[in-house]
Design a protein around this ligand. Structure first.
Ligand SMILES: *[C@@H]1O[C@H](CO)[C@@H](O)[C@H](O)[C@H]1NC(C)=O
Ligand SMILES: *[C@@H]1O[C@H](CO)[C@@H](O)[C@H](O)[C@H]1NC(C)=O
Ligand SMILES: *[C@@H]1O[C@H](CO)[C@@H](O)[C@H](O)[C@H]1NC(C)=O
Ligand SMILES: *[C@@H]1O[C@H](CO)[C@@H](O)[C@H](O)[C@H]1NC(C)=O
Length: 395
């Protein structure tokens, strides 16, 4: 295990507190049972990418089933690139750590957008409430190890990496690092996801219910009905044919351009055009292996802690553009996730107005951040905040 880079200092938006962050790389051993999709070829050109979108959205059939030729155990030691952040001054008491898993089209910077002086940073908001955060590039993406886009970088291998990362953190791996500011072991760990990162967080809780103390699922629902809108709206191109993403192999796709980026992630009228340009310039790919395995994850979890689901009202991939419309089947589309968590100590679902799929890139992102952290604080997962303790002594 190595640590690179040095703590960077930045001001937290709106509060007189600073943060310190460490960029770290962890070597993570992972084993998973993957699908073998040898009934289809890896798409190598942009034309192939469009053909994949056509076959995967054809009504009345299931491309995963068609492509699947068997199963195989995949094992490796992979590099996971992560960012650990803590409020400064650090808490004296026990803290809660939030492990943040990004969705498709982004990397770990989704949680700590530097745009407009970090005004949209989820990390800054969580730190202002006393939490520590660990965001990471999902296995296969960004600065984490890349791999074969079809038979290696799939949902179960990535869930294996998240599980192993969590075990390492619980076992003190971060506290052992020689970081400029010492990282202390967390008292509790909450898992927060966005989109595919939420799907992996749900699967983690189903497969290893004891690894987490609380779940926050953003940009996610149990419905797979709108996945074809995502697959078509992306207008997939090969990531390696895009100058910014030239080190990816065939079968790593990105959305084509700024228009497809808007379609998938943004709600017009409620975001800063400059932030759209930023998201487009920093967009990250998804693999064909991920797209083939996203619908095959566990549908029930024995998780016994609190669960919070929050979606932008105008989310396309998980709500078809309207999370409030259910045709009479329940309060909202995200509310339907209560069936996944029959043993949860608390469950709440919320539809956040005037927001598309990527909540963090909209004007009212901090409105969602507040609700998320209020929920955690209200369910025994508050973090000790040195400054608040200090203030209280003087009141
Ligand atoms: C991890 O990163 C280090 C340093 O960049 C490199 O030497 C090593 O080969 C990488 N390991 C894997 C599995 O990619
Ligand atoms: C940051 O957001 C706040 C409130 O959301 C706003 O008043 C302020 O102008 C923003 N600052 C920047 C630099 O965008
Ligand atoms: C397609 O088939 C796979 C493999 O049998 C299954 O796990 C998945 O749930 C199916 N997808 C849908 C949308 O029914
Ligand atoms: C911002 O988000 C909060 C939480 O969803 C909501 O209560 C509030 O009305 C929103 N504000 C605006 C201006 O949309």
């Amino acid at each position: 295990m190595r640590t690179s880079s040095i703590g960077l200092w930045a001001l937290t938006a709106g509060v007189a507190a600073a943060k310190t962050c460490h960029d770290i790389t962890l070597e993570v051993p992972v084993t998973a049972r993957n699908g073998v999709f040898n009934n289809i070829e890896t798409p190598e050109t942009n034309f192939d990418a469009t053909c994949f979108a056509l076959s995967s959205t054809k009504q009345g059939r299931n491309i995963t089933e068609m492509a699947l030729s068997g199963y195989a155990t995949v094992s490796g030691v992979y590099n996971i690139s992560a960012q650990y952040c803590m409020p400064m001054p650090t808490a004296t008491g026990a803290h809660t750590l939030q492990i943040l898993t990004h969705g498709m089209g982004f990397d770990k910077s989704y949680w700590d957008l530097s745009y407009n002086d970090y005004n949209y940073s989820y990390v800054d908001y969580a730190l202002s409430r006393g939490y520590h955060t660990l965001s990471y590039d999902r296995l296969g993406i960004g600065k984490s190890s890349h791999g074969d886009a079809k038979n290696e970088i799939q949902a179960f291998l990535e869930i294996g990496a998240l599980a192993q990362l969590t075990r390492m953190v619980r076992d003190g791996a971060l506290a052992d690092l020689k970081t400029p500011t010492k990282i202390k072991n967390p008292a509790k760990i909450v898992h927060v996801g966005h989109s595919f990162g939420s799907a992996q967080t749900v699967a983690l809780s189903a497969m290893y219910p004891d690894l987490s103390d609380g779940l926050v699922l953003t940009g996610w629902s149990t419905s797979a009905d709108y996945m074809p809108m995502f697959l078509s709206g992306a207008n997939f191109q090969q990531a390696r044919l895009n100058a910014k993403n030239s080190d990816y192999t065939g079968g790593y796709f990105t959305s084509a351009d700024v228009s497809s980026n808007v379609y998938l992630f943004f709600y017009p009228g409620y975001f800063d055009a400059g932030l759209l340009d930023y998201a487009e310039a920093n967009k990250q790919p998804m693999t064909i292996g991920e797209l083939l395995t996203i619908t095959g994850l566990p549908t029930q979890s024995k998780f016994t802690g609190p669960v919070y689901v929050i979606d932008g009202e105008n989310d396309v991939p998980f709500c078809g553009g309207d999370c409030s419309f259910t045709g009479g089947k329940g309060d909202s589309i995200p509310a339907g996730a209560d069936k996944v968590f029959p043993s949860a100590s608390a469950f709440a679902a919320y539809v956040h107005p005037n927001t598309g799929h990527a909540i963090n890139v909209h004007y009212n992102a901090t409105g969602a951040y507040k609700l998320i952290n209020d929920f955690l604080g209200g369910h025994g997962l508050a973090s000790k905040n040195h400054q608040h303790d200090h203030l209280r002594h003087h009141l």
